[in-house]
Design a binder for this molecule. Structure first.
Ligand SMILES: C[S@@+](CC[C@H](N)C(=O)[O-])C[C@H]1O[C@@H](n2cnc3c(N)ncnc32)[C@H](O)[C@@H]1O
Length: 360
């Protein structure tokens, strides 16, 4: 059975489904989900992420983590956690760079939060020597100080879409044509309880017909992490494409073979993402008593961490061709027309902690 068949069955049994239910099934259904069943990365796959573009990305984040750890008073052990680690490339590069700070490397225990059994296999191969511990969610992470990294994780979490209708916000749902295969969008007849989670300004001032998005699981993960920071200390680094301030707009998109795809025609066979609302995440973190630093553009953040010097260092030991590839990868990560400004970086810490490197 495909994801589409599974969704049709559910809709016929339960009625129209929320966008969040649709996204969760399409991406991480235990048998048929997009991530569950494949390795989607790279030129032969559907998309390329920053750690897959260059080793510099993970290396700089590894050194960032080592400096953060020193600022925490060098706790031993410390949990080095990655949410949605993909092929394990970022963590492998981070750990290699962290060898330069041997006490950190020795103290760090690697924990991976990953929904996909297929990608867990890749991570197991890549990170065998680090002996990672896998988790289905955050609840089983150890009660320890932790440094948490999340690159392109929050954009994969299910969102709810709300449409303003007079005084109410109704929820967008997925329906299926009677006695046929085609999906279509519909709206709930009444007001959605999720409207209470919208930014108050947006909730009151958005025009009729405006579409707004909420990521309930992202907000709950942000609150959970903020609570952990308050209890055990540490820092969270989240990198994703999105907006700094909550705003209306439909950002749900499907990507297949590096191109935008039709969402309803590719369920379970294309990546599905939504822009991350860093304003909403920052409010959730603040409500839980922690602090959001940033957002900064990915380009500004990587420059602060010294990506250009790292590119020069790699070039010193490289052929002319390899050096050109290093510079092209560097430009892709930091140039404003590439990933430099669309991708944003935030860090979360306890309210009494100093801003982490890159955010001073
Ligand atoms: C876009 S990929 C990013 C991978 C990696 N961080 C990188 O930058 O290459 C999203 C990752 O999050 C995982 N993922 C998606 N939804 C998840 C969920 N609800 N819980 C845990 N992992 C999830 C996917 O399996 C995948 O590893």
């Amino acid at each position: 059975m495909s994801v589409a068949d599974h969704l049709r069955r559910r809709i016929r049994a339960e009625g129209p489904l929320s966008v969040a239910d649709m996204m969760a099934s399409a991406l991480v259904h235990p048998e048929h989900g997009y991530y569950t069943t494949r390795d989607p990365f790279g030129a032969a796959g559907d998309f390329v992420t920053a750690p897959e573009i260059s080793q510099m990305f993970g290396e700089l984040i590894g050194l960032w983590a080592a400096v953060v750890w020193q600022g925490m008073g060098a706790p031993d052990p410390v949990a080095l956690v990655e949410l949605g680690p993909g092929r394990g490339t970022l963590m492998a590069d981070a750990l290699r760079a962290a060898v330069g700070v041997p006490a950190f490397r020795a103290a760090a225990q690697v924990h991976l939060v990953e929904a996909s059994p297929t990608l867990r296999q890749h991570q197991a191969t890549r990170l065998e020597k680090a002996r990672p511990i896998w988790h289905d969610g955050l609840d089983t992470l150890p009660d320890q100080p932790a440094i948490v990294i999340a690159n392109e994780f929050f954009d994969a979490l299910p969102i709810v879409q709300l449409v303003r209708d007079g005084r109410n916000w109704r929820e967008r749902r997925l329906a299926v044509v009677a006695d046929a295969e085609e999906f279509f969008w519909t709206l709930t007849p009444g007001a959605s309880p999720h409207a209470g989670l919208l930014d108050p300004g947006l909730r009151q001032n958005a025009p009729d017909g405006a579409l707004a998005e909420i990521c309930p699981s992202g907000l709950s993960i942000a609150r959970h992490l903020a609570d952990r920071l308050n209890r055990f200390g540490g820092a969270v680094l989240a990198i994703d494409y999105g907006h700094a301030v909550s705003a209306a707009g439909d950002t749900l998109q499907a990507v297949q073979r590096h191109k935008p795809a039709d969402i309803l025609a590719t369920l379970g066979n294309a990546d599905l993402t939504a822009h991350v609302d860093f304003g909403a995440l920052g409010r959730a973190v603040a409500e839980a008593g922690a602090v959001q630093h940033g957002p900064l553009g990915q380009g500004a953040f990587l420059r602060q961490l010294g990506i250009e010097a790292r590119a020069e260092a790699l070039c010193r030991a490289a052929t002319t061709e390899q050096c050109a590839a290093v510079h092209s990868a560097c430009a892709r990560l930091i140039h404003p027309d590439e990933m430099g400004t669309l991708f944003k970086v935030v860090a979360w810490t306890r309210a009494d902690a100093s801003p982490p490197p890159g955010f001073e």
